[in-house]
Design a protein around this ligand. Structure first.
Ligand code: MRU
Length: 355
């Protein structure tokens, strides 16, 4: 199984996603600053993976705090969390993971600091295991949307690499494949960072799932030629009304799917739901460095100094989304109700687990 994040006794090992598919190189992360840099530079990327990696980084940072009182410890922990929260603004899993780590510390304030550090490490490890399980559950719910012989169009990488393992959108495809369905995938190359061409193609190929890479501007043509049965993508943040933020280029795919009468599905764990954000208009959209647009493999491909706009995500309005597949089941419109219901189930489960 592809393992993008591994917790070791000495630190956190990340599979460097900036170097795939050419080289399979691992980076040994020893402290929270190195983890924050790895998230920013996309050594680790994909919403659920960012959350788990951040939790790992916070646990490394916490382990190095020298403090005798809970107050002194917690104040340094908050600084570490602020650094982690300053890495990438769109994927809400990052903030979900930070809050979860802070809560563990706050709820155990009466314990010795060393004990709290151990609990934080255990929590980060638990998040990793839970994420893999949630992806498998999502796969079980979602694979029913894929029929034998279908071709699925996907965008970016919502696979094992973007999570702790197995993947969200690609996890659903994997689950269908493991059921014996013959599934083919068309992967958008996903300019400018090429997550589709580099990462989705690599991981599906590694697993023996047939994949064809196209450049982003070919999706409409493929649909018009009847080459696509459904579109399936992941998400970075889902607002309370079901608007979905995902990799830039997802929204036009949803429009194209509608034009061609194809279903458009989103697979995401409940940690990607942000019910405190009412609509997609309120989701912060990360803008990345201009060189991602002006350069290709280190070569300048635009006139020097040209104006550049590089938003990393867009928002697909809820009316274009046929269903949102989560680890707790499938949500359909009206999303205000269905997502709320799924998230209440989530809270119930959390309370039962902690009792
Ligand atoms: O910029 P990235 O590579 O972190 O963007 C990733 C995506 O947009 C994914 O589709 C999303 O995080 C879902 S991953 C399971």
């Amino acid at each position: 199984m592809i393992k993008p994040i591994q917790f070791l006794d000495s630190g956190v090992l990340l599979l460097d996603q900036t170097r795939l598919p050419g080289e399979e190189v691992y980076v040994d992360i020893k402290d929270h600053l190195a983890m924050a840099e790895a998230i920013k530079s996309m050594v680790v990327r994909g919403a659920p993976a960012i959350g788990v990696a951040a939790a790992g980084g916070i646990s490394l940072g916490a382990a190095a705090i020298r403090a005798d009182s809970f107050e002194a410890f917690y104040s340094e922990l908050e600084e570490i969390c602020a650094i982690m929260g300053n890495t990438r603004p769109t994927a809400v899993n990052l903030f979900w993971a930070i809050e979860r780590m802070k809560r563990v510390a706050a709820e155990n304030r009466s314990l010795e600091v060393d004990k709290i550090k151990k609990l934080l490490e255990a929590e980060a490890r638990r998040m990793l295991e839970e994420d893999i399980q949630h992806n498998k559950d999502m796969g079980a719910f979602g694979q029913g949307f894929i029929s034998d012989g279908d071709t699925v169009l996907t965008h970016c990488n919502a696979g094992a690499l973007a999570t702790a393992g197995f993947g969200t959108a690609l996890g659903v495809i994997r689950a269908a494949h493991l059921k014996g369905k013959r599934v083919k995938v068309i992967a958008d190359e996903t300019r400018p960072f090429l997550q589709g061409a580099r990462l989705t193609a690599w991981e599906l190929d590694t697993d023996g799932i047939q994949v064809t890479v196209i450049s982003d501007n070919m999706a409409g043509y493929c649909m018009s030629k009847g080459m696509v049965n459904l579109v399936l993508v992941g998400a970075d943040r889902i607002a309370a009304n079901g608007d979905v933020a995902n990799k830039i280029g997802t929204y036009p795919l949803a429009l194209l799917a509608k034009e061609h009468g194809l279903p458009f599905y989103v697979a995401a764990p409940t940690s990607t739901l942000d019910l405190s954000t009412t609509t997609g208009d309120d989701i912060p959209i990360e803008e990345r460095d201009r060189t991602e647009i002006t350069h290709f493999q280190g070569q300048l491909v635009t006139p020097e100094g040209v104006d550049v706009f590089n938003p990393a995500f867009d928002v697909t309005p809820n009316h274009l989304v046929h269903a949102i597949i989560t680890e707790r089941g499938v949500a359909k419109a009206p999303y205000e109700k269905s997502l709320q219901k799924i998230s209440i189930e989530d809270r119930k489960e959390a309370t039962t687990k902690s009792n």
